[in-house]
Write a protein that binds this ligand. Structure first.
Ligand code: BES
Ligand code: ZN
Length: 612
């Protein structure tokens, strides 16, 4: 066994899967997908091939040429992080056909019943495969070290439509001959079913596999961009149309900076509020939380970030999660370059400042687990969802910025373009990047301590704390809060969400309750429609034991499932030391749990089990 990824059973000596053909029958009443997966290997293989899977019910594995069963076994107990290893014995085949069903608890899938949707009349399902959840939808070599092309035939209720991180081929009636893998109790060709076909011609790591099925509608916002959302949610569609009108301009800027946009379409899907992330860079179809739509610059920031992944992450991919900073650090840098052009340098600096604060907080969070403060870190036996943090984003950003500042923008821009052109559609590790850096910027290792940056703990001294008048002003106002001073109406007159977020995040962790209440009375922060502001405020309120906000905390935790909000609120409650707070955390989770995506359920569970 020669593993290439601590989160996968994939063996480096085995041939890679180059193509997957999926036939998916979505059963909403049972939250199950009845499926077949035809895997094609890069070469014929004799021996035992390892595949990743998680909570799949496997009914058979066949040689697709002969339809004879292939000998196989499953690891006796699932690994808590990697899931179940499927070992298939091959004797010269280069294709494998697996017939299986997914579990209603599949970690990548959230099934929403009609009452959980906006329309309340149709069900909805969507995926989130990063970091290691694709294996709960189809058996695969679920590592970003491997890339696959795929095609999908998806059988869904005719009242719904499907979107994917792939090219839509057609919507048509189901054909009887397609139903071979289905149990006879399920009717592939029933009158109320349709088939949607998709094909992904560009090779992608499995974590970028994505779909959503629901009653969807869309608006055209640019020559290669539509925004999709639940069709009944006209308000979100209207708002998204305005919010994301600048997408094409961003793509053009991205192309200027990083080279041609390789994915043809850049569509956006606004998901229900339970979507666990701000955004997910699924190729051709970025997934977004509805909380980004608030009519200011921050929605654009998330889109800029997911767009930037089209080059850094989706074209050049980290070989495994230990090198995640190659995806997120570069993307955060690229995002800020795009924001700088389309929204201005002040907003880019403000974002940098929020990031800097976040990075400092993470150093505090990981003071007893310094491994997590390294860019390249050891994740043997570590669940990537448990160690998700700002470190790969913000320390990674700082490292990229450090190089830019050393060589100057013009030279660095040229370097970036060459880096992307050289490694596109490849998966690389930190050393590969460093070798390329040293080869293309000779002597760089004498100017920057590359080893300290990539392998050292903490924040290197030559990191760059952003400076701008507005940033410095906000930090000093936050400092003054400790002395009992509140910012005046004049001082905050121009503030939007990001200014407030920076201010609130720089307040002391625990403040005088009367002062917190006074601040809210004046500026109505707990009721802000901007979740970044609301959650930053509620965090301060919880840590300061202002219990009058518990109602608002509960409401928030029951409305949104974005982990960026769940994590700090549940953490603040669990770590506050108060019995009432702990009780609230337990009660709210018990009541809201079912409305969260399985990944978010797991993350909240691990917070509560650590502190309660
Ligand atoms: N790829 C990430 C989301 C992700 C990371 C999902 C790890 C699963 C595992 C995405 O690009 C991202 O970083 N989203 C951010 C957006 C923000 C930085 C603008 C988020 O969700 O907050
Ligand atoms: Zn990202």
């Amino acid at each position: 066994m020669a593993p290439i990824d601590p989160h996968s059973f994939t063996d480096s000596t085995h041939p890679l899967t180059t193509h997957v053909s999926l036939s998916l029958y979505l059963s909403f009443p049972t939250s199950t997908i009845h499926a077949s997966a035809l895997l094609t290997l890069s070469s014929p293989f004799s021996g035992t091939l390892s595949l990743d899977s998680r909570s799949l019910s496997l009914s058979s594995i066949l040689d697709p040429q002969t339809l004879h069963p292939l000998p196989h076994s499953l690891s006796p107990t699932p690994d808590p992080i990697r899931g179940t290893e499927i070992s298939v014995v091959l004797s010269g085949q280069s294709q494998i056909l697996l017939i299986y069903s997914t579990s209603p608890a599949a970690s990548a899938l959230q099934w929403l019943s009609p009452p959980q949707t906006f329309s309340k009349t149709h069900p909805y399902v969507y995926t989130q495969c990063q970091a290691i959840h694709a294996r709960s939808i189809f058996p695969c070599q679920d590592t970003p070290a491997r890339r696959i092309r795929y095609d999908v035939v998806m059988n869904i209720p005719a009242s719904l439509s499907a979107v994917m991180s792939a090219r839509h081929v057609r919507r048509r009636l189901p054909l009887p001959e397609e139903a071979t893998h289905l149990d006879s109790s399920l009717c592939w060709c029933a009158e109320d079913r349709v088939v949607e076909e998709f094909v992904m011609e560009q090779p992608i790591p499995p974590y970028l596999f994505a779909f959503a099925v629901g009653e969807l509608g869309f608006r055209e916002v640019g020559p290669r961009t539509r925004v999709y959302a639940e069709s009944a949610d006209v308000e979100v569609l209207d708002a998204a149309e305005v919010e994301f009108a600048g997408a094409e301009e961003m793509i053009r800027q991205g192309e200027k900076l990083f080279g041609e946009y390789d994915w043809e379409r850049f569509d956006l899907l606004v998901l229900p509020p339970s979507f666990p992330y701000g955004g997910m860079e699924n190729p051709r179809m970025v997934f977004l939380t509805p909380t980004v739509i608030k009519g200011d610059a921050s929605g654009g920031q998330v889109v800029a970030h997911e767009l930037a992944h089209s080059w850094t992450g989706n074209l050049i991919t980290n070989v495994n999660n230990e090198h995640f900073w190659l995806n997120e650090g570069f993307t955060t840098y690229a995002e800020r370059r795009i924001v700088e052009v389309v929204q201005g340098a002040d907003i880019a600096t403000l974002n940098m400042g929020i990031g800097w604060r976040g990075l400092k907080d993470e150093m505090e969070r990981f003071k007893d687990n310094l491994e997590c403060t390294k860019l390249k870190n050891n994740q043997q036996g570590v669940d990537p969802d448990d160690v998700y943090s700002q470190v790969p984003y913000e320390k990674g950003f700082q490292f990229v910025l450090r190089i830019e500042r050393q060589v100057g923008r013009t030279a660095f821009d040229e370097f970036l373009k060459k880096y992307i052109a050289t490694f596109k559609f490849k998966s690389i590790d930190t050393d590969t990047f460093l070798d390329f850096l040293k080869a293309n910027i000779p002597g760089i290792e004498k100017e920057i301590n590359l080893e300290l940056w990539t392998e050292g703990v903490g924040i290197p001294e030559d990191a760059y704390e952003p400076v701008s008048t507005i940033y410095t002003k906000i930090i000093s106002l936050a400092e003054e809060f400790k002395q009992g001073k509140m910012p005046s109406e004049d001082e905050v007159a121009e503030w939007k969400g990001q200014e407030w977020e920076l201010y609130l995040e720089n307040l002391p962790k625990s403040c005088e309750p009367s002062q917190v209440i006074a601040l809210d009375k004046r500026y109505r922060l707990a009721e802000s429609k901007d979740y970044e502001v609301k959650v930053s405020f509620l965090q301060v309120a919880i840590s300061s034991k202002c219990r009058e906000y518990h109602g608002e905390v509960e409401k928030t935790l029951k409305t949104v499932g974005r982990m960026k909000y769940l994590r700090p609120l549940f953490n603040a409650l669990a770590q506050s030391g108060g019995t009432e707070e702990k009780q609230l955390a337990k009660q709210v989770f018990a009541e809201a749990r079912e409305t969260y995506h399985p990944i978010a359920q797991g993350v909240v569970e691990s917070i509560l089990s650590k502190y309660i």
